[in-house]
Design a protein around this ligand. Sequence first.
Ligand code: PLP
Length: 392
Amino acid sequence: MALPDKQGHFGEFGGRYVPETLMTLLIDLEKQFKALNKNKAFRDEFAFYLREYAGRPTNLYFAERLGRHLKTLKVYLKREDLLHTGAHKINNTLGQVLVARRMGKTRIIAETGAGQHGVAAATTAALFGLECVIYMGAQDIKRQSLNVFRMKLLGAQVIPVTSGSRTLKDAMNEAIRDWVTRVRDTFYIIGSVAGPHPYPLMVREFQAVIGLEARKQFLAKERKLPDHLVACVGGGSNAMGLFHAFYKDKGVGMIGVEAAGKGLNTREHSATLKKGPVGVMHGSKSNLLQDKDGQVRVAHSVAAGLDYPGVGPEHAYYQKTGRAQYVAVDDKAAIRGFKMLSRLEGIIPALETAHALAYLETLARKSKKGTTVIVNLSGRGDKDVNTIQGIL
Ligand SMILES: *Cc1c(COP(=O)(O)O)cnc(C)c1O
């Protein structure tokens, strides 16, 4: 059976844990999305904007020098960093904005942590002349002033959220509140495969283009399927985007790389799948970083885009059923991965992506020669150069 089921469950995970007022909106959105997802005119329109505006298909690049350095691995990079705005997030915001337009909505709202999703949402709102409001934790606004400025340049209004930890999870709560009060003209664009049903499904479908392309490209180059897929996991959208097209290819291993921050035995990490008990946040059941009273904990990573205390329910399901394996890489190793790709291939990766790259060192040690890997190069690292400069 294709997952999720009718109530949005991936096994025990996912679902729709929301108050009644939100339920009607979600059921309506689900109906509209499912119809559009089967509608040829809509799919053609989405494909048109992915191609003409975002820059798809992205290359599947054979990283020969990186492979030689790692000795046992043949590494291919799926170049999502080459997309407009520099990361995979535009795939999803384009898809959701097109749904919003078909539903007759004129106002876009979104939550953002590091600001990457906010920028992608503001970009696509500008493209279609829609009003755009971005909720962002006051703490994050301080840390990510350049992205705040970008969103404003794009015509978006950025609203500081001062509740709770003043970070991403609080911004998401605030966006949900806004949505409930202004649903007539407003569409809420969630930035990852998280949140209540149908969001994990919808975001997966819009990001699945990554894996569909990569699978075809790899087959054309190697005449077989890869041994492993590797991607970093924050909320899980770039990883799910790569993994999903390979779900039924049982011989293809899937490895999601979380942020171990300052170490899995400290409180400062974002390894939700490895360390988080099952819980409910933002309308969805999944693994969740929480204290012993069930209060959500603040996540940490050197990569701002990975420090989300939750994770998409489909990943929780993949972990539980063993379809994918989840590992964690700490800040120090991620910085090594960042430098490694920059020097060996002339590609500066996002710090988020650097976690996936760093894991290749471990994978290489466990693999026999000629093992093939596709790494999702989820974003470019220009945004992180200042952070790295500070650390080095
Ligand atoms: C936001 C972001 C991530 C993390 O989000 P996912 O939903 O887990 O993909 C990873 N890489 C980059 C470049 C990002 O901007």
